[in-house]
Design a protein around this ligand. Sequence first.
Ligand code: NAD
Ligand code: ZN
Ligand code: ZN
Length: 342
Amino acid sequence: MRAVRYDGTGLYLSDIPAPVAGPGQVVLEVTAAGLCHSDLAVMSRPPEALPYKLPITLGHEAVGVVVDVGAGISGLAEGDTVAVYGPHGCGACRTCRSGAENHCPHARWAGILPPGLGADGALADYLLVPHSRHLVPLRGLDPVRAAPLTDAGLTSYHAVRSALPRLPPDGTALLIGIGGLGHLAVQILRALSSAQIIAVDMAADKRELALRCGADTALPSTDTVPDQVRDLTEGVGADVVFDFVASDATLRMAARSLRPGGEISIVGVGEGRLPVAVNLVPLGAVVRTPYWGTQSDLVDVLALAREGRITVEVEEYALEETPLAYERLARGNVRGRAVVNP
Ligand code: NAD
Ligand code: ZN
Ligand code: ZN
């Protein structure tokens, strides 16, 4: 089968054996795979700094059709269309049993790694899913627009849901970075809250996308953002700030725009530092570093899409065009999510 592999030096299209489902496993024919900025972060690190061996097939946002069902699985049949829950845990511990496999404390030490982020991923004709519990039925959703929901949508939903207790109905949310995740976070906030939404991006077309997604205001990414946020909040500041970039500059912007007792949700995996001490962040502030989402979060995100409350803006590419799509993503030219359709 064809697969987009990364070996520590670059991306290449390769012909590798198609996976076969062992007991309890499932093989999908991939119908859509989304490209995430985290893949660029992986490719920018020295290979020895990665917690797994290369080469691997990239792609951790996946939707597919079941083509091979391993022994011992019930409730799943060939031809079913499913989304893949990516942050696999051990499946047995208290955290996993609560549905929060994204926080499984055993996964890493047990060598359990997400598809595309350690295990072979979805940028291929076929994907091996190690357990049927990771699959959620699409139930009519368009595969291309559903694939990004498994990470861009799921991570954004999880971050928003976690922050909602600090966001009153007449409060203000500030979102920095309106890319694959950010444009969905704006829509999820709009669906779940009546709070004012202020979006920040350095690109004019992303600010325009933010407004179309339901933001009340979209600001260029400059040093004056904290003052502008204060002007828009009667001098108070934002209740919650979501940083989908996490550079030194955006984290400083986040801290300076926040109200006392507010929450900074650092979703981006940029290399920035947020100095946390009294007088460096507002008093009573909470800093959170959400990671992906829970299984029930994924069910919720798919439901929001089915209800038409959130829509993924997509650019479509053929599998061979994956390197080109990543280049566009690295240059900040992708609007919404780039989705590869093998
Ligand atoms: P993306 O490239 O699609 O979007 C990034 C956006 O940020 C772009 O619109 C870009 O114009 C904007 N931007 C860049 N620098 C900026 C600045 N200084 N000020 C304002 N806007 C700026 O990326 P994405 O796929 O949406 O991912 C966003 C971040 O989230 C990445 O760091 C990614 O690695 C991370 N991520 C984290 C998790 C998690 O579980 N925590 C999951 C997925 C992605
Ligand atoms: Zn991702
Ligand atoms: Zn576990």
